[in-house]
Design a protein. Sequence first.
Length: 183
Amino acid sequence: MIDDSDNFVPEPELRTRTVTLELVGEAILLLFVAGLFTAMFIQSFSWPLGAALAPRIAIIGGTPFLLLRVTHLVRVLLRSRQSNVAVSQIMDSGFRLDGDPQVVRQRLLRGIAAIVALYVGIWVIGFHIMVPLWVFVYMYFIGKARFVWAAAWSFIFAVVIVWVYGQLLLTLWHDPLLFRLFD
């Protein structure tokens, strides 16, 4: 009789968990945004038209994206019950059921750094320059989008900021730090 106990290699443990902290966080965020949209939309009817226009435009424009994201989340949950692999990837993040915690931490830190860079950039050089620049840099370098798509979306953001908010809604912008230094 041959003893194979020294050569025994256990089979890898299969993960049966389909709901991760990332999925729960996404669901909570989507519920919060949906509640915020609903509350702002209802409250906006008691505001003067000039004050109510910007939130209504944002809500009407954002609701289709919210619904798409909810649909995507439901699809991810349904597919994740069938397999234990990454079932979705959106730019630099995604739902990973078997992700390395180090990679998840790096992705989180990269996202936080991107948002901090956006806020600091808005403070230093203003919305008109920073938001389109940030959209381009994020899409091209982090999201690995094609140059043309990153540039197109950056241009769209610039048009929305300048035309919709600047010309149509007459938004008052803060003076960026750089502009105040070189008045």
